[in-house]
Design a protein around this ligand. Structure first.
Ligand code: SAM
Ligand code: SF4
Length: 329
């Protein structure tokens, strides 16, 4: 799959549910309305859709959400998709999770062929963790992370940088990840979906965070890429990798190799644009995959060049109405 700008599309992110057991303040309102079950693809349908993408050249699949591990039977999907690793059609099957269910699933994930996972942890302070996630509990997440480590899963911690909330903790997070052998990626907040509160107050440019970390640590440029938009540095003192995802201050669209599928079968060709393609209809209308594959080709043919996120101080509406839990980040 090659898009109009010559970019090969080899990475599919799949949101398998819009539901979550947390209510992170930057991601969801506390009283979210979720999709009716009939609109959500079954696990078999998700497998069929993902497999069509693998046939078309996707080499990397990331399962995300909402919280993917709260979806009932989700391990069946991991096991089904794991078969593409065995045939060599797929290079990598990964997961982004809040970690709450990892203690239960870490070993099964490894058995299904998952080798790397991303776990979102914005703070190591229990009270702050409860305040940011509203419904989450830090000890449960740390237990999950420990279980993942025991199961030999490589771990990357994702931390959303929030002004006045966790901006005093980045040094601690860098040291903790260094000690544990985890990579760390810091993420700027993106203006997606209505939340309760003012997003401009939370926005913290990572250029500032990086400058302040560079006073504490020796950060060395390295040539490490995971196929995602993060740029990585090596922290000399800990040996760990530190990544920065800066959608607002830095444009990474030129090298975009990904598309995103929601749990209703809607394909977004860009995280920051409204245009989308409905793949549920061709999926459900025909038992053969011909219509589905034609719909995928038509969608890739109109992948946009890039996004134009702006956190606008005058217009306090989100740049995009849909929540991150729909496309999974
Ligand atoms: N529930 C899983 C988790 O939290 O890792 C997977 C889905 S979550 C939507 C994926 C990632 O998006 C998380 O790392 C989360 O912190 C991040 N995220 C959510 N809303 C965001 C926003 N408005 N700006 C930046 N990152 C956001
Ligand atoms: Fe749930 Fe992840 Fe959104 Fe937090 S960031 S509310 S854990 S989907």
């Amino acid at each position: 799959m090659i898009d109009p700008f010559g970019r090969a599309i080899s990475y599919l992110r799949v949101s398998v549910t819009d539901r979550c057991d947390f209510r992170c303040v930057y991601c969801m309102a506390e009283d979210m309305t979720f999709l009716p079950k009939a609109e959500v693809l079954s696990l078999e349908e998700l497998d069929r859709l993902c497999s069509a993408f693998v046939r078309k050249g996707v080499r990397k699949l990331r399962i995300t959400g909402g919280e993917p591990l709260v979806r009932r039977g989700i391990m069946n999907l991991f096991r089904a998709l794991g078969r593409h690793l065995e045939t060599g059609a797929l290079d990598e099957l990964t997961l982004t999770t809040n970690g709450s269910q990892l203690a239960r699933y870490a070993a099964d994930l490894h058995a299904a062929g998952v080798r790397r996972i991303n776990v979102s942890v914005d703070t190591l302070d229990e009270a702050k963790f409860a305040a940011i996630t509203r419904w989450g509990r830090l000890p449960q997440v740390l237990e999950g992370i420990a279980a993942a480590k025991r199961a030999s899963l490589a771990i990357k911690i994702n931390t959303v940088a929030l002004r006045g909330v966790n901006d005093d903790e980045f040094e601690r997070l860098v040291r903790w990840c260094g000690d544990e052998g985890f990579d760390l990626t810091l993420i700027e907040t993106m203006p997606m979906g209505d939340i309760d509160g003012d997003r401009t107050a939370q926005y913290l440019p990572l250029s500032m965070v990086r400058a302040s970390l560079a006073r504490r640590f020796a950060l060395e440029e390295i040539d490490y890429r995971t196929g995602g938009p993060a740029r990585y540095m090596r922290v000399r003192e800990t040996g760990g990798r530190l990544g920065f995802i800066t959608p607002l201050t830095h444009n990474f669209c030129e090298s975009c190799n990904r598309v995103r599928l929601t749990c209703t079968g809607t394909l977004y060709m860009c995280l920051g644009q409204e245009d989308a393609a409905d793949l549920r209809r061709p999926l459900r209308d025909s038992e053969s995959d011909a219509m589905l594959e034609a719909a995928i080709d038509a969608a890739i043919a109109r992948k946009p060049k890039g996004h134009d996120f702006v956190i606008d101080r005058r217009q306090r509406k989100p740049a995009l109405a849909r929540h991150m839990s729909v496309t999974g980040g």
